[in-house]
Each structure stands twice: as C-alpha cells, then as structure tokens.
Design a protein around this ligand. Structure first.
Ligand SMILES: [Zn+2]
Length: 457
C-alpha cells in the first residue's frame, strides 16, 4: 500500500466520499483498479486494490484498525481484506481478492460493513477516549500519550513513564468509569470546527494541523472528554456496558495499558490467564499428593478460587506468584522423593521372570517410578547379566513405564524391537539407541502386551 503514495497525485480523480458514519452499506462505482504489483489496470481477477467513488468502510487510521466487511458483485461476495486511506489525497484503497470473478472500471458493487465488528470497535474506541481522559484527571497533571491502538477486541494506550500511573490508579480509573461514567448514559456529540477554531480552543496543537482537510471532526462525551477524532464511536456511554483492565506493562520508556469493553474478549483473556493457570496449579498439587506430599493446600485452593473471579492484572500477578510457589514446593518435594526412591530401588532385590532365555523381565506395580528412577536399577542389572536383555516395567494408575537395556557385549538391536514391534502394538512412545530404550505409555495394560511380545520373540 505504501507504493500508492508515489503516484496518488497523478490519479486525477476526486477523493473518496466516506459515508461510513451515516450508513453501513451502499452501492459504489469502481474508479480505479490496481493489480497486486500496484500497477494501474482496467480489470482485475484475483488479488488487487480498488478505489470507489464512495465507501462505508472505515480506513485504518488514528490507531483504529480498518473495518471488516464484504463486497457484492452480480451476487458474488468477496471479503474486504483491508482498507487504507491516502492521507494527502483522500483516496480509500480497498484491498480485495475477487478469486475467479472479473471486475472492471465502471462496475457497480454493493459494499457492506461487518456491523458486529464495527460496533465492537466503536465501543472500544469510545472507551479509549474516556479511559485516557479519566486517567489524566486521576493523575492530576498532564502526561504525554505515546500512542493508542484498538480493534474490535481491545484497546491500548501508551503513556511516557510517570510514577503516578500505577496499576492501582488504573483500577480506580476503571472503577470510576464503570460505576460513575457509563451509567450516566452520556450521549456522544459529534461536530465539525475549522482547524483555526480547533487550535484556538486547544483541541488541536499547531504542529498537528492536518494537510488537506480544513474542517476538524470533534468527538465529545459532554463533561467527560472532547478530542478531535475521525474514528467510529458508540452513540451513548451505556453501550459500553463495562470495561476491564487487562494488561499493565511498564518499562524504562513507556507504560502500556491494555483494556477492553468487549465482554467476550475479556472472558477469553481472563480464562486463559486465571482459569487455565489455576488448572495447572491443581494438576501440580495432585501430582504432589499422589507422591505423598504432606502439605495443607486448602488455603491456596480457596485463594485461587477467589482470584479467578477477579478480572484484573493484579489477580493475574497473584495467581502467577502462587503458581511459582506451588511448583517450587512440589518440585522440591518430588526431587527429594525421587532421590529416596532411586536409593531404595537400587538396594532392593526385585522378583523377575526369564523369558525365552533371552529376556529378564522385572514387573513393578503400584508406585509411579519414572524412567529416571528405573534407569540406575536397570543399568546395574545389565552390567551383571551379560547374556540377557533386561526389561524393567512399572504399571501405575496413570499408565506405564518401561526400560529395555542390554549388555554392551550382546548383539541385539533394541531400537528395531521397540520401533517395529512394541510401538505399533501398544501406546508406548519413546526412544533410545540400539542398546537402551526408554518408553512411557498412557495405558497400564500395555505391560501385558510387552510380555506377550517377549514370549513370541
Ligand atoms: Zn475517537
């Protein structure tokens, strides 16, 4: 799209009439077509760019993403991929893919916005204005904004680093907006002023004067915020419903805030950050308990149950700290338990079966011996038994483990045995070398299958 800048002035057409603030669909005529390489053409089949005489699609700008929507020609429908505005000449350049349909200059198409996408974007956009101004009011002094970005899902505001903009302050801001501003159901006021008037009234700074447009479009939620803005907005504050604070990220250069007025998106976001994290914590606790950890986890679980209902960055932070504490605690316990089990198993004489004069099979059950614990034992056995392949298996409630090892002097390819015979007949997965294989399985019954395999080998 960048390439259009070079010859926009040569196009010799009037700027595109934007009707997207008034209507959501319209018939429009093709004035210019460009192919994928940005070359002007008279017809298009496939990917390319189109300029119409008018459009309902909001073009990417002012931090707001481009509208989504579709175009219809002779009952054939294509998606709008993106629309951009040439800021100097005012052309709206529509990126589309017509697939097998041919479009020509002069053709008339029906253009229609994706209303749900537009509504979600408009609501987030309005919430962004209100959040920005309420933050400044709460801070009590001017803080430079480094930029803002939004789409249908969420909005982002970046400020230069200022010590007063903390997570707690933003929580207060969000609370004020949700409890005091949105319920007032303030009606948006949109009007035009001349650039000169905008500068005089401090709506616009001298250096931000726009080229081309003489009039400035102002957006006002009376009593709350007034700003020059060409974007799309909610009609009343009640449309916002509620806003949620998603992310607070501070580095040496900027503070980035991410929020949303889209409840579906908020639910998805916090489910991932809180509920999924809680599941991981529970899984870790379960693992610790199954190995016999003696710890009262009740307080932690109760706290987590409480936290997953609080949708903000502080609850995310706290649940992550809990996750770190729990994993550290359980891992430390598991490591000690593992060392103890390895020591005990090494000194134990295990019952075994000799199969086909070729295999020495040790079957354990009940304890969750990992391969890591079994390995020292099986290595010890293999160093003594020069003529037998050592197979040590462990059947436990969640599956099974197996290690197969042979003495260096024995000439049998275990990798072949595991890849060609054991794995196809069982759910065992794993790998190793021709002299040592480590396997794990989801199914405890696989141990019986391994025994059958050894009998027929
Ligand atoms: Zn706006």
């Amino acid at each position: 799209m960048e390439n259009f800048k070079h010859y926009s002035k040569l196009l010799n057409i009037r700027k595109t009439r934007f009707v997207g603030h008034e209507v959501s669909e319209i018939d429009a005529t093709i004035l210019k077509i460009f192919n994928e390489n940005n070359e002007e053409v008279n017809s298009l089949m496939g990917k390319g760019f189109i300029i119409f005489d008018q459009t309902p699609f909001y073009a990417m700008g002012g931090g707001q993403d481009s509208d989504k929507g579709f175009l219809i020609f002779n009952e054939i429908k294509f998606d709008l991929e993106e629309v951009r505005k040439d800021l100097i000449y005012g052309f709206y350049i529509h990126q589309i893919n017509t697939n097998n349909c041919e479009l020509k200059v002069g053709d008339q198409l029906h253009l229609k916005i994706d209303q749900k996408y537009r509504d979600c974007s408009s609501i987030n956009h309005s919430a962004m204005h209100i959040t920005w101004q309420t933050t400044l009011n709460e801070v009590g002094h001017y803080v430079e904004e480094l930029g803002s970005k939004l789409n249908n899902e969420k909005y982002q505001i970046q400020f230069v680093v200022d010590e007063t903009i903390t997570e707690e302050l933003i929580l207060t801001v969000v609370d004020k907006i949700n409890k005091q501003i949105i319920p007032q159901d303030i009606k948006v006021n949109i009007f035009q002023v001349t650039q000169q008037e905008a500068i005089e009234k401090n709506y616009l700074l001298e250096f931000t004067k726009l080229v081309g447009d003489e009039m400035v479009r102002m957006v006002e939620f009376p009593g709350i915020v007034i700003e020059p803005c060409s974007g799309t907005h909610a009609k009343r504050t009640k449309e916002l419903g509620n806003i949620w604070f998603l992310i607070y990220d501070k580095n040496s250069k900027r503070i980035l805030l991410e929020l949303t007025a889209n409840e579906q998106y908020a639910a998805k976001f916090f489910n991932e950050k809180l509920v999924d994290r809680f599941s991981e914590i529970k899984a870790f606790i379960k693992k610790g308990l199954s190995y016999g950890i003696n710890y009262d986890f009740l307080k932690i679980l109760t706290r987590c149950e409480h936290l997953i209902k609080i949708w903000n960055p502080l609850s995310i932070k706290e649940i992550n700290l809990i996750y770190n504490d729990v994993t550290m605690l359980v891992n430390k316990f598991l490591k000690e338990r593992e060392a103890e089990m390895t020591k005990n198993l090494a000194s134990e004489v295990l019952p075994f079966e000799i199969i086909n004069n070729k295999f020495k099979l040790f079957s354990l059950s009940g304890e969750m011996y990992s391969n890591k614990i079994l390995l020292p034992k099986v290595t010890q056995e293999a160093s003594v038994e020069k003529n037998l392949v050592i197979v040590i298996t462990n059947k436990h409630q969640n599956g099974a483990n197996a290690i197969i090892i042979r003495n260096k002097e024995l000439n049998i390819d275990l990798k072949e045995l595991s890849t060609n015979i054991i794995m196809p007949k069982t759910t065992f997965r794993g790998g190793g070398t021709s002299s040592m294989i480590q396997l794990t399985s989801q199914s405890p019954e696989d141990i019986e299958t391994i025994k059958e395999i050894l009998l027929s080998e």
